[in-house]
Design a protein around this ligand. Structure first.
Ligand code: NAI
Length: 366
């Protein structure tokens, strides 16, 4: 059953890590190393059951392959999940045990932050392995990727505004931001600086309060955020938020946000396209974080990172071009561009695994 799933999802390798002394139950999914070592964050989450965790890590690992390929990065795709509640189950031993599991893969998988993990967790992993990014800048790292993901999301948003409204002036539009976590709050800040009218929702009332008092946003309940009369809907919370029901309620003309796997299915994406709602594919828009951490492999340089992240505008525009030319929805267009690169480079290179990536932060290049 599991092997069948792996065959369908195309994963090269899936590792189950179990260390009862450290309380660690984790899964590392190496999806594809054709372009380079598999890079993707480690998510910590309390899953209802183990099957949900497997499904999540496999889907996220595959998404990373597409994200990294489309972003033009020389890295493959993978992801890890740690089963546990990030609010209560985090310990030094847990992350060090996870670090050892990552190290045992010899560089085929390089980890980073994701939902439920942060820079401090990466520092604990770094005690056990060099194959971790998003560590503190004093260690040659690039720090928390979230502000870079938010900045990249802004680039995707501007490309979408240009395509839909013929201008990229954020100050002329209204935006509904769903989720005010690491990315959402930073995005709200960037949008406010540019004069946007903002609607916000989060499960955590304290975050909503902050967005209202610091950035003048209008608070909306989590259930009503789909209905607000905003030009743009920006999902920055969890996956699968656009489905057959929520789609009916959207007033926005653009969907562009940071959340991974925003569409419940490709059919939902087709329906958005049919209705003339411009969907900026999530994995093109939210690549800023992985672009930033990927530079740690060669030696981090902030200026280079910002330049790379600004290329998201171009990447998203290219997707819209193909979508218009071929009359296909943007998410199919994005998949096509990513797959074309994987296929053409795959013919040139051997799969990774024989060479260890030389991590820039160990060479002190930053
Ligand atoms: P986070 O965990 O810091 O924030 C998520 C926020 O969404 C939380 O404040 C939570 O209360 C809120 N939320 C959850 N369900 C909600 C609902 N139904 N309605 C409204 N709010 C809800 O996560 P982070 O780092 O901000 O990431 C957000 C999304 O962006 C995730 O899907 C993540 O996978 C994706 N992403 C994050 C990257 C990063 O650099 N952190 C990189 C690429 C993608």
């Amino acid at each position: 059953m599991l092997f069948e799933t792996l065959a369908t999802s195309g994963h090269e390798q899936v590792v189950f890590c179990n260390n009862p002394d450290a309380g660690l139950k984790a899964i590392i999914a190496v999806h594809n190393t054709v372009l380079g070592p598999a890079v993707g964050g480690v998510r910590m989450r309390h899953y209802a059951n183990e099957a949900d965790a497997v499904r999540d890590v496999l889907r996220l690992g595959r998404t990373m392959t597409y994200k990294n390929a489309l972003a033009g990065l020389n890295i493959g795709g993978g992801k890890a999940v740690i089963l546990g509640d990030p609010k209560v189950d985090k310990t030094e031993a847990l992350f060090r045990a996870f670090g050892r599991a990552v190290d045992a893969l010899g560089g085929r998988y390089i980890t980073a932050e994701d939902v439920g993990t942060d820079v401090n967790d990466m520092e604990l992993i770094y005690l056990e392995t060099e194959f971790v990014t998003g560590v503190h800048q004093v260690h040659g790292g690039s720090g928390d990727p979230a502000p870079f993901t938010a900045y990249g999301t802004l680039q995707g948003l501007m490309a979408s505004l240009q395509r839909k409204f013929g201008h990229e002036e954020v100050g002329k539009v209204s935006i509904a931001v769903q989720g005010l976590g690491h990315i959402g709050m930073e995005l709200v800040k960037l949008l406010k600086e540019r004069g946007a009218k903002l609607f916000v929702a989060d499960l955590d009332p304290k975050l909503v309060e902050r967005a209202v008092s610091e950035y003048g946003a209008e608070a909306v309940s989590c259930s009503d955020i789909y209905d607000v009369p905003a030009d743009v809907f920006a999902p920055c919370a969890m996956e699968g938020v656009i489905d057959a029901q929520t789609l009916e309620r959207l007033k926005a003309k653009i969907v562009c946000g940071s959340a991974n796997n925003q569409l419940a299915s490709h059919a939902v994406g087709d329906e958005l396209y049919r209705r003339g709602i411009l969907y900026a594919p999530d994995y093109a828009v939210n690549a800023g974080g992985v672009m930033n951490v990927s530079l740690e492999i060669d030696g981090y340089n902030r200026e280079r990172a910002m330049r790379l992240i600004r290329s998201i505008y171009h990447n998203v525009s290219k997707i819209f071009d193909l979508s218009e030319r071929e009359n296909i929805s943007p998410q199919y267009a994005a998949d096509r561009i990513a797959e074309a690169r994987l296929t053409s480079i795959g013919k040139l290179k051997l799969p990774m695994g024989r060479t260890r990536p030389r991590m820039g932060h160990l060479r002190g290049e930053h």
